[in-house]
Design a protein around this ligand. Structure first.
Ligand SMILES: [Fe+2]
Length: 295
């Protein structure tokens, strides 16, 4: 297996390894896992992807999430990200599916609003538009390392609230449905996720984050916005231009990402599998102290 660095200090392409290798071979999994912990975003090109193979590969990294209510694929292990309606045609620009893809264009980390946040997301391109539709990544580990030590210490002992309805509300006030709001109450997480394998911390923020525990809401929002701006400063991102057969997996503990726009009349279909974080991934350290005591 060759590891080819692609981004500014993170993100790498793995060559000489396939989805099937990782799914079936312990040594291939161990090497991929080590690269994942180090590089945060991994790209495998030229894969023959099926839903089953994507899920078998994904399961190696931990327990797969079940897709939430209100998303395409609900109740399965797959999230279907698509603007193609049931009749096979691309839905109009003001359709809910198009609005949701706009919400995905805000800098975020997947599943920070869930009771169990995600370790990794695995995304495969099935139908790609001719222009645009890239996925852009930043390393929140590198962003954390760039902060001064006083702020680092403050953030390691701070907790932010994450709410799905908040990020959707930035696009349209009713984009999160009543059913989704009821299923997804706000969650509170430490603002730095320390990787238990090598001990390096990463900022844990997202478009879903709206408040900081112990700060008034405006000041908390401002801090989250400033940290997001610093983490996503020009020159700090890796832009993935999708090709047929690409699989990209990323560490939701140590990155943020956003979708990039494409002409809304062009079809795009992506399939995501998502692996829940466990205590082996550092999850227990992310809960506020009162909650750790209750667990
Ligand atoms: Fe996402």
């Amino acid at each position: 297996m060759d590891i080819v660095p692609l981004g500014p200090g993170f993100a790498a392409e793995l060559r000489g390894v396939t989805l099937a290798d990782v799914a079936s071979d312990d040594a291939a999994y161990a090497a991929t896992r080590e690269a994942f912990e180090e590089h945060s975003v991994l790209i495998l090109r030229g894969q023959k992807v099926t839903d089953e193979l994507q899920l078998e590969f994904s399961r190696r990294f931990g327990p797969p999430e079940v897709t939430k209510v209100g998303s395409q694929g609900t109740g399965t292990h797959f999230v279907i990200l698509s603007t193609i309606g049931p009749d096979g045609k691309v839905v109009p620009a003001d359709h809910r599916l198009q609005m949701r893809s706009k919400a995905n264009q805000l800098w975020h980390t997947d599943s920070s609003f869930k009771r169990v946040p995600a370790l990794t997301s695995i995304l495969s391109a099935r139908i790609i538009p001719n222009y645009g539709g890239e996925t852009e990544y930043v390393s929140t580990r590198l962003a954390f390392a760039r902060l001064d030590t006083k702020l680092q210490r403050q953030l390691e002992n701070s907790f932010a609230w994450h709410d799905y309805a908040h990020s959707r509300g930035k696009i349209a006030s009713d984009l999160a449905s009543a059913e989704e709001r009821a299923a997804l109450p706000p969650q509170c997480w430490r603002m730095v996720w320390r990787n238990p394998k090598h001990g390096r911390g990463a900022l844990y923020i997202a478009s879903h984050a709206y408040a900081v525990e112990g700060m008034d809401q405006a000041a908390g929002t401002r801090l989250i916005e400033e940290l997001t701006a610093a983490a996503t400063a020009p020159g700090s991102s890796y832009l993935h231009k999708w090709r047929q057969g690409d699989i990209v997996m990323w560490d939701n503990r140590a990155t943020m990402h956003r979708g990039r726009p494409w002409p809304s009349h062009e079809p795009r279909l992506m399939i995501r599998t998502t692996i829940a974080a466990t205590d082996a991934d550092g999850l227990a350290t992310m809960r506020p102290p009162s909650r750790q005591a209750r667990q």
